[in-house]
Design a binder for this molecule. Structure first.
Ligand SMILES: NC(=O)c1ccc[n+]([C@@H]2O[C@H](COP(=O)([O-])OP(=O)(O)OC[C@H]3O[C@@H](n4cnc5c(N)ncnc54)[C@H](OP(=O)(O)O)[C@@H]3O)[C@@H](O)[C@H]2O)c1
Length: 327
C-alpha cells in the first residue's frame, strides 16, 4: 500500500476548512497536525478534521517530524514568514495565493526552498481544474492558432469592512492580490510573462485598491487585458482570441465548469468540465504527484512563474498607488 502524504495545516480560517475537506477526498492524504495562533482553535479544528495533533503556535507545527508538507492558509501578509518557518524546519510547503505580498518576498521563499531542495508551490488551484487545464491544452496545442489577446477578470461586490482582511492594508488587502491574481495568473498561463504593464485603479477609504484594470504587453505583441474588484461585480469570465479561433470560460473565472471553443469558419464546441468533489483537492493531488516523483516544484505552477506573476501584481499596485506596511 502507498504510504500516505502527511499534511500539516497552518491556520484555521475559511480556506483551511475547505482545504481539509479536499484532502479528505484524497485516498492517500492524511491530516497529521494543525497549527494556529490559538491552542483552543487548533484543538477544535483538529477534532473537526480528525487530526491527531494540534499546536497553539506555528513553531510547534514546524517542529512536528510527522508532517511531510504544510499548507499555509494565513492572510497574504503572513505567507512569507510562515512559509520560511516551515521550509527552515525541513517541511515542504503549499502556500495559498497570492504567494506573498510582493515579488521580493516570493523570491526569498523560492530561494529558501531551492537551497534546501524542498517542494514549494503557490496554491493557484484553478490551474489544476479541468477547465483551466483544457484551456491550456487548447491554446498550447495550437487549436486556435497563435494566441493574440487574453481578456480575464474576477470581481465581487463586498461590503466595506475595515475589520475584514480584504479591506485591511496590514493583511495585504485589496483587489489585485486577492482576486486580480487569478486573471493575471490565467494570462500568464497562456501568454507567459509580460514585458510591460499599465494599470489604473481606485483606492478606497481603507487604503486598499477596490478595483483595477490593467493591460499586459508581451514580447510577441500579445496582450493580456485583466481586471479585479472587491467592490464591483465583474463579468468574471475569460476570453482568449487567437489567429484561427477563440476560447471562452464562463463565470466564475476561478472555477469554470465548461469551455466554449470556436473557429473562424463558424465552428462551435462546448466542452463540459465539471469540478467533481472539493475543487481544492486537485492542487493537493498535484503536490502528492510531485512529492512522490521527487519534484521540488510543479511544472504546472512553476516557481519562476509565481515570481513573475508577483512582479506583475507589484506593477499594478505601483500604478494604482497601494503599498503595504514595511514595503
Ligand atoms: N484558493 C481559494 O479559493 C481561496 C479562497 C479564500 C482565501 N484564499 C487565500 O487563503 C488565505 C486565507 O484566506 P481566508 O479567507 O481563509 O482568511 P480567514 O478566514 O481570515 O483565515 C485566515 C486565518 O489565518 C490565521 N491568521 C494568522 N495571522 C492572522 C492575522 N494577523 N489576522 C487574521 N488571521 C490570521 C487565522 O487562523 P488562526 O487564528 O488559527 O491562527 C485565520 O483564521 C488568503 O491568502 C487568501 O488569498 C484562497
Amino acid at each position: 500500500m502507498t504510504e500516505p502524504i502527511r499534511w500539516g495545516i497552518a491556520a484555521t480560517g475559511n480556506i483551511a476548512h475547505s482545504f481539509a475537506e479536499g484532502l479528505a477526498q484524497l485516498p492517500d492524504a492524511e491530516i497529521a497536525a494543525v497549527g494556529s495562533r490559538s491552542a483552543e482553535r487548533a484543538a477544535a479544528f483538529a477534532a473537526e478534521v480528525g487530526a491527531p495533533r494540534s499546536y497553539g503556535s506555528l513553531d510547534g507545527l514546524a517542529a512536528d517530524d510527522g508532517v511531510d508538507v504544510v499548507y499555509v492558509a494565513s492572510p497574504h501578509s503572513g505567507h512569507a514568514a510562515d512559509t520560511l518557518l516551515f521550509l527552515e524546519a525541513g517541511r515542504h510547503v503549499l502556500c495559498e495565493k497570492p504567494m506573498a505580498l510582493n515579488r521580493l518576498e516570493v523570491e526569498r521563499m523560492v530561494a529558501a526552498a531551492r537551497s534546501r531542495g524542498l517542494f514549494l508551490m503557490e496554491a493557484m488551484w484553478s490551474r489544476f481544474l479541468p477547465a483551466w487545464k483544457l484551456a491550456h491544452e487548447v491554446v498550447t496545442g495550437g487549436r486556435i492558432g497563435e494566441p493574440l489577446v487574453v481578456e480575464a477578470d474576477l470581481g465581487f461586490r463586498r461590503p466595506v469592512d475595515p475589520g475584514h482582511r480584504l479591506f485591511d492594508r496590514a493583511l495585504g488587502g485589496g483587489a489585485a492580490l486577492d482576486l486580480g491574481v487569478y486573471p493575471v495568473s490565467f494570462a500568464s498561463f497562456l501568454l507567459g510573462a509580460p514585458d510591460a504593464v499599465v494599470a489604473q485603479g481606485h483606492v478606497g477609504e481603507t487604503g486598499v485598491d477596490e478595483q483595477f484594470a490593467a493591460v499586459l504587453h508581451h514580447p510577441g505583441g500579445q496582450l493580456g487585458v485583466v481586471a479585479g474588484a472587491i467592490r464591483a461585480w465583474l463579468g468574471s469570465t475569460a476570453r482568449v482570441t487567437g489567429t484561427d479561433g477563440w476560447l471562452r470560460l464562463p463565470a466564475l473565472l476561478h472555477q469554470p465548469e465548461h469551455v466554449d471553443i470556436g473557429d473562424e469558419a463558424g465552428g462551435r464546441e462546448r466542452v463540459e468540465t465539471p469540478i467533481e468533489g472539493q475543487g481544492l483537492r486537485f492542487q493537493a493531488a498535484e503536490v502528492h504527484r510531485c512529492l512522490r516523483a521527487g519534484l521540488t516544484e510543479s511544472p504546472v505552477m512553476p516557481l519562476d512563474e509565481t515570481c513573475s506573476v508577483a512582479g506583475t501584481l507589484d506593477a499594478i499596485r505601483a500604478a494604482v498607488g497601494v503599498t503595504y506596511p514595511g514595503e
